[in-house]
Design a protein around this ligand. Structure first.
Ligand SMILES: [Zn+2]
Length: 239
């Protein structure tokens, strides 16, 4: 087995980490796209449910108004009928009773008329709301469609870049020692895409823990892979 030049390996690992950081960033970006699309769909869904509810409310009010109008019309008919009956009545007592009945129905009708006016106002108000909401929804639909198109384009571009980066990586790792590479990749996988970290001011650049001087010295020597005692990432000295 040929001797591995550790200094070269570490230098290449640092380069590989740069590449992997780009790959992980791309992957995160790509993974987030379906969620972003779902959010857009959800906001549209919410708005159309609101609109449906408003339309339902509007229908209910109109049914109520119709009922009251029918009621009013039939009561008006009754009054007409009673008024003709007035002429055929023989006794004073009967006459007074029927007149009383008529004025009682008239009072009912006056209440009904007020209620119908309130309902008409309510229907107008809700119709206006419905048409406004419809307009907003249409506008939103257009916006969401544009956003989705943008995201699809973004996805395609990023997928292509992701593939390019991976191809570049495949070629690059050929140069690395298999054992060192497998150690690196294990850490990369376990530490969410960050395996190589510089020593910064005596601390680990990955987890910020203070490093013993002995560990820093060993990292400076570049004779073997030196790991952070806390996060187990591979330490290197920046030049
Ligand atoms: Zn660390």
């Amino acid at each position: 087995m040929t001797m591995v030049n550790m200094e070269d390996q570490i230098k290449m690992l640092v380069e590989l980490q740069e590449l992997d950081t780009e790959i992980y960033d791309k992957k995160r970006l790509l993974d987030a796209i379906p969620e972003r699309i779902k959010e857009l769909d959800n906001s549209l869904e919410e708005k159309s449910i609101n609109l449906k509810n408003l339309e339902e409310e509007s229908k209910k009010l109109q049914v109520k108004r119709k009922e009251k109008e029918t009621d009013l019309a039939s009561k008006e008919e009754t009054i007409k009928k009673y008024k003709t009956q007035l002429f055929q009545i023989k006794t004073n007592k009967e006459y007074t009773a029927l007149e009383k009945e008529i004025s009682s129905i008239k009072a009912d009708n006056s209440v009904l008329e007020d209620e119908i006016i309130v309902l008409l106002d309510g229907v107008d108000e809700i119709k206006e709301k419905v048409s406004k909401e419809k307009e907003i929804l249409e506008h939103e639909k257009g916006k969401v469609q544009d956003e989705k198109k943008k995201m699809e384009d973004e996805k395609k571009i990023n997928e292509a870049e992701f593939n390019d980066l991976n191809n570049k990586r495949k070629e690059f790792v050929q140069k690395l020692d298999k054992n060192i590479l497998s150690k690196y990749e294990r850490i990369l996988h376990n530490r969410d895409g960050l395996a190589m970290v510089p020593v910064i001011g005596g601390s680990c650049g990955g987890c910020n823990m203070n490093l013993p001087p002995q560990v820093i010295n060993e990292a400076k020597l570049k004779k073997e892979c030196i790991f952070c005692g806390n996060c187990a990432r591979i330490l290197y000295i920046e030049v």
